[in-house]
Design a binder for this molecule. Structure first.
Ligand code: KIV
Ligand code: ZN
Length: 386
């Protein structure tokens, strides 16, 4: 069984979500919770971006005791120096250097030739390696880069001393099979006498970030990058909680595990949602409000007989107290009777239950959310106004 490392970038890429601006204190609180969640590395920010970004990275580095802390740097010496200064007191410092390798980014954004980009990789990864034991390199927009050039860029970074090679799907363009093949290709062709760890870094523009990340693991990736709740630029980054739970539930398939403390997932998600101001959609996989709710009669009946009929993830696994069986027009007698009992009316006779169930169905046709108060009112012989 392989162990997959997790790098969280909620405080760097996640903070690039439009409208999100964590305070330094919030960043430190999130970092502590992420450490509790069991991540192996945290990208705490982009220290060269602003004095507050620098301060947050520095404070997080001074706070965390088990987790590696990294900071982002363009292929620019002053950016790398800023990361080095911010991480002076980190127990396990790393640096993340990036430069774009796709034709469109090189021509329009960087205005550099491919050879100039290769020279910059060699120069800046070597410089980073002179200040850090552990260097990560990212060829930005890797999935729209030409494969032979991508390999040259990655090889230049490895030759200059990078240990982690991150392959960003910067604009969420790739597909699972294509990304899997990219990892296979790079891992097969890279030449190194050291262990090099490859990682996916997926954005969700086409809704494939989780599938792409898992495909990269199949292709040989040893670390994954993403954010909590999938916050990030545009459609966001991959939601790490989805990857962690998928690995756990489909261990048989991926033959891989992680050190993520899964029952801290809900608390971690809740904290990031509160501080980012981005609510978790109800139907979000793993941590959405409806992830453990069953409304239709057939499903409720199945879950009451054996939860595994319709639940592949137990609520407890991710730190949610219990599943719920919200009552609605599609609900059946089994769940209705359970609710009656739960509300303290277990002694209601079978005949009364029959007529209450009929009244409940009529009410449910008119009212969206049937509350406990509605059921109590039905039992008491009255109905609650909408
Ligand atoms: O998406 C991306 O390309 C990035 C890089 C800076 C790694 O976030
Ligand atoms: Zn990104």
């Amino acid at each position: 069984m392989r162990k997959i490392e997790f790098l969280d970038t909620s405080l760097r890429d996640g903070e690039q979500t439009p409208g999100v601006n964590f305070s330094i204190n919030e960043k430190v609180m999130i970092a502590k919770q992420l450490e509790k969640w069991g991540i192996s590395a945290i990208e705490a920010g982009f220290p060269a971006a602003s004095p507050d970004s620098f301060e947050a990275v520095k404070l997080i580095a001074e706070t965390l005791t088990k987790t590696a802390v990294t900071g982002l740097a363009r292929a620019v010496k002053s950016d790398i120096d800023a990361v080095s200064k911010a991480l002076k007191n980190a127990k396990f410092p790393q640096v993340h250097v990036f430069i774009a390798t796709s034709p469109i980014h090189m021509a329009y954004k960087l205005k550099k030739s491919p050879d100039e980009v290769l020279a910059s990789i060699t120069e800046h990864v070597s410089y980073a390696r002179s200040l850090f034991d552990v260097v990560e390199f990212s060829p930005e927009d890797a999935t729209r880069s030409e494969k032979p050039f991508l390999l040259k860029a990655v090889q230049a970074a490895v030759d200059a001393g990078a240990t982690y090679i991150n392959i960003p799907d910067t604009v969420g363009f790739t597909t699972p099979t294509e990304y899997y093949e990219t990892f296979k290709f790079l891992i097969e062709h890279i030449i190194s006498d050291r262990e090099i760890i490859f990682s996916p870094h997926c954005h969700d523009d086409l809704g494939m970030a989780t599938a792409n990340t898992l495909a990269a693991i199949e292709g040989g990736a040893g670390r994954v990058e993403g954010t909590i709740n999938g916050i990030g630029e545009r459609a966001g980054n991959v939601a790490l909680e989805e990857v962690a739970v998928a690995l756990q539930i489909r261990q048989d398939y991926y033959q891989a595990t992680s050190d993520i403390v899964l029952n801290e997932t809900f608390a971690t998600s809740e904290l990031v949602s509160r501080f980012s101001g981005i609510p978790v959609p109800k139907n979000k996989a793993v941590i959405g409000g409806n992830a453990f709710a069953h409304e239709s009669g057939i499903h409720q009946d199945g879950v009451l007989k054996n939860p595994e009929t319709y639940e592949i993830i137990t609520p407890e696994l991710v730190g949610v107290k219990k599943n719920s069986l919200p009552l609605g027009k599609l609900s059946g007698r089994h769940a209705f009777n359970e609710k009656i009992n739960e509300l303290g009316f277990a002694d209601v006779s079978e005949d009364t239950r029959q007529s209450l169930f009929a009244k409940f169905k009529t009410l449910a046709d008119k009212k969206h959310d049937i509350t406990d108060a509605d059921i109590r009112a039905l039992v008491a012989g009255t109905t609650v106004e909408n």
